[in-house]
Design a protein around this ligand. Structure first.
Ligand code: ATP
Ligand code: MG
Length: 293
């Protein structure tokens, strides 16, 4: 299996070793590290012993079949669920993220698959919810409207008629765009997107993909969950594959091709890796990228 195939030189990074030498550069601890993370729902083991590094300045695509545990993993990072076992480290230090507020305070912004937007509030109110701007102790509507407008403009989200429109009246694609814009506006260090392009048309998908690229290029860590391998191969620097709650492959995107990703997603292993197609040694749980820092 890929996870156990690191036999030719590059051993998996030692748990807790940071900074470490990789070639000639010193690799600082990745922004976020997961070590042995598990999560049970009663008898269901949604996550089992996940070791994963999330470096700044890179897009990590998290892929897996329905029910593989992707959303659960993201919810453990963003304070919705507590891991049943294992540890999260932020900038090398162990952290306990008990709530979404803890995650926000660390610098983690999440756009959920089920889009936690309030239908009865308008676009500005949704984007500012929990981050309202005040002037002389009262809501600064003008400033908030300008900030929201500018963010949407920067994302080239031009299809909404009015930013004072209730979110409940928006199309699926427009709702997604608002949720993505909100994450961008919060200027987080780690932006997590659960199926950011699932509800988007072709041109909006392209915009979101270029936005994701821009986020990483400006030093953010990005985790993108996607079923769309075109999007994954277009934008990911690293790919992590979950299969029935286990991380069965992780490494630089260049080490994977479409078929190896599909193999890992559907069977938990790929014969294409470790038999001359790329270096399977790099594709091990928790493998460092060597490019952080
Ligand atoms: N709140 C919950 N209670 C019980 N079981 C849950 C809960 N949330 C997730 N699970 C189970 O955990 C497993 C992983 O679910 P999860 O939603 O993380 O999958 P996913 O990879 O995001 O799937 P999808 O691609 O369909 O969104 C599934 O077996 C699911 O039924
Ligand atoms: Mg999901």
């Amino acid at each position: 299996m890929v996870a156990n195939s690191a036999g030719d030189g590059a051993a998996p990074a030692a748990v807790g070793a940071a900074p470490a030498m990789t070639g000639t550069t010193v690799a600082y601890p990745p922004l976020l590290q997961l070590r042995g993370v598990g999560r049970n729902f009663g008898p269901v083991q949604a996550l089992i012993g996940v070791d994963l590094d999330i470096p700044a300045g890179q897009v990590t695509a998290l892929v897996g079949d329905n029910g593989a545990g992707k959303s659960t993993l993201v919810k453990c990072i963003s304070g919705i669920y507590q891991p049943s076992s294992g540890e999260l480290r932020w900038k090398g230090n162990p952290v306990h993220i008990h709530s979404p507020r803890d995650a926000t305070n660390l610098g983690i912004a999440t756009v959920y698959q089920d889009l936690a937007l309030c239908d009865n509030l308008d676009i500005v109110q949704n984007m500012m919810l929990g981050h309202e701007q005040l002037k002389f102790g009262i809501l600064d509507e003008v400033s908030m409207e300008l900030t929201a407008k500018q963010t949407l403009h920067d994302l080239r989200v031009t299809s909404v008629r009015s930013i004072r429109q209730p979110v409940g009246s928006l199309s699926g694609g427009q709702r997604q765009a608002v949720a993505v814009a909100k994450a961008v506006m919060l200027d987080a260090r780690l932006v997590i997107m659960d199926e950011p392009t699932a509800a988007l048309g072709v041109s909006q998908t392209e915009l979101v993909i270029s936005l994701i690229r821009r986020l990483a290029d400006t030093g953010h860590a990005v985790i993108m969950i996607s079923h769309n391998l075109n999007d994954v191969l277009a934008v990911a620097d690293r790919i992590a594959v979950l299969y029935l709650g286990r991380l069965v492959g992780v490494g630089p995107a260049a080490e994977f091709d479409r078929q190896s990703i599909v193999d890992l997603m559907t069977t938990g292993a790929s014969a294409r890796l470790g038999n001359g197609h790329g270096s399977a040694a790099a594709i091990v749980p928790g493998a460092r990228t060597g490019s952080e820092g």
